[in-house]
Design a protein around this ligand. Structure first.
Ligand SMILES: [Zn+2]
Length: 457
């Protein structure tokens, strides 16, 4: 007897092997049967009119923070809830060099609390620098500090981090050699991945991409260029995609990810807002909207921008400076996957956190701007392959039953810059390891996610 059967669904198989209408049967957390019909089950759901796809795999998100240490450590679930409600079943945190320097503690605590979705993490380089007391991001690490940073990175990788992420823009003082010395630590472990938020954007996008490609080539590791839109969607996207394609043609394992919005979001104190950034973006202060705190919703002027940078540098802001046509160009490229860059605090942040995957399928695919099969691959099988996950991201017997059931006619993101955590519509059911975490758009309270630690040997 199966645990669950979902019948009369339209299969959305990123491998392209299954098509038409059929049923899926689930037992022991895995897909046990797939076909026109499946054996009897304890619970049967009629999926008539709905599409069944593997749950989305989000390579790039910023997880709920770990607060406290030891027995008092606790992790929120605001971000995880947004992820689950938009159909994400596996999430990768620790991106852009951020997150916790205590990877082992984070993973253990999340496992103890229970996770809504499957979770894997990078160890972030900026976090390690802060952890070791290198608070000045404008200076290089001294030789002795590099040795300690390498030791800390090694411990995080040994605890199961899938790789090292760099937020190069957030540590402008770290030269390429320092990054490379750290990146090389990941070669000591099997199947690790490097990822980076670029050094700079707009007119500096191309050399920034070349630096990341170099880090991949010099280590021989796969390299994930994070949120390519906010790096190059300033008129440089065609040239950026050519650089990446040329590296891939040479056999380098470089890919990028992108979120489907023409605005980025970060902390107003970030080094990316130094100097002449607005001139380089062809924008003025009003392009920057405060996302949280007493000025939430306000557009900046010179005085507010300066005040927040000085007095509240951790404030999240959104910058409406990207070219939407170039964001779409990136999303459509075969070497670019969909990644949300989810970033939320107290319900405030950027709507990509709750809208990314439904937005691509609902807005871009339904409007004929992207092919459904391409979009599906970039959200499921593509990121699964990137992470070396052979039993997720696909509709096949034996795979973990991470599944999303949605209504393709109504699927749409509803998160806005005013309400960035608003759940999408059209997501009917989300299963993680065979258990429902979302039904009819609502969280069930189940926490069946697995902690995905990268292998030691
Ligand atoms: Zn980033």
């Amino acid at each position: 007897m199966l645990d669950l059967a979902i019948e009369n669904v339209v299969f959305a198989d990123p491998a392209g092997e299954l098509s038409g209408v059929g049923a899926v049967g689930i037992a022991g957390g895995r897909i046990a049967a797939l076909g026109r019909s499946v054996p009897a089950a304890r619970r049967v759901i009629d999926g008539r009119g709905l599409t069944l796809a593997p749950g989305f795999i989000d390579l790039h998100m910023h997880e709920d923070p770990l607060s406290g240490e030891g027995a008092s450590a606790v992790i929120g679930s605001e971000v995880a809830a947004c992820q689950a409600r938009m159909g994400v079943t596996t999430s990768v945190g620790g991106n852009c060099g951020l997150g916790t320097g205590h990877t082992g503690t984070y993973l253990t605590q999340l496992e103890r609390q229970g996770s809504l979705v499957n979770y894997a993490t990078f160890v972030g380089y900026t976090a390690l620098r802060h952890e070791l007391g290198i608070g000045d991001e404008y200076r290089p690490a001294a030789a002795g500090e590099v040795a300690r940073l390498r030791e800390a990175a090694r411990a995080a990788l040994a605890a199961g981090a899938v790789g090292i992420s760099f937020g190069i823009e957030y540590t402008p003082g770290a030269p390429t050699d320092e990054l490379l010395a750290l990146a090389r630590v990941a070669t000591e472990f099997p199947a690790r991945l490097l990822a980076a938020h670029f050094r700079s954007d707009a007119d500096r996008a191309l050399p920034s991409i070349e630096e990341m490609i170099y880090l991949g080539r010099a280590t021989g590791l796969p390299f994930q260029i994070s949120h390519l839109g906010s790096c190059a969607a300033f008129g440089m996207m065609p040239a950026a995609l050519e650089l990446i394609a040329a590296a891939a043609a040479r056999g380098e394992r470089v890919l990028a990810d992108c979120y489907p919005y023409a605005a980025f979001c970060t902390f107003i104190g970030a080094a990316g807002f130094d100097g002449d950034c607005l001139a380089r973006w062809g924008a003025d202060y009003s392009a920057i909207q405060v996302a949280e705190g007493p000025y939430a919703g306000r557009r900046c002027d010179r005085a507010l921008f300066a005040k927040l940078r000085r007095e509240a540098p951790e404030t999240l802001v959104v910058a409406f400076v990207l070219r939407a046509d170039e964001v779409l160009l990136a999303l459509k490229h075969p070497l670019v996957l969909v990644g949300s860059d989810t970033l939320l605090r107290g319900g405030q942040g950027h709507p990509r956190s709750a809208g990314t995957f439904p937005r691509v399928l609902g807005r871009f695919v339904r409007a004929g701007k992207m092919a459904f099969a391409d979009a599906l691959y970039k959200m499921t099988l593509g990121p699964a392959r990137r992470l070396g996950l052979t039993d997720r991201g696909r509709l096949t017997e034996g795979a973990w039953a991470d599944l999303v059931l949605f209504d393709p006619a109504v699927l749409a993101d509803r998160a806005t810059f005013a309400e960035p955590a608003r759940a999408p519509e059209g997501i009917e059911l989300v299963l993680v390891n065979g258990r429902a975490v979302v039904e009819k758009g609502r969280l069930t309270g189940a926490r069946p996610g697995h902690i995905l630690r990268a292998p030691q040997q």
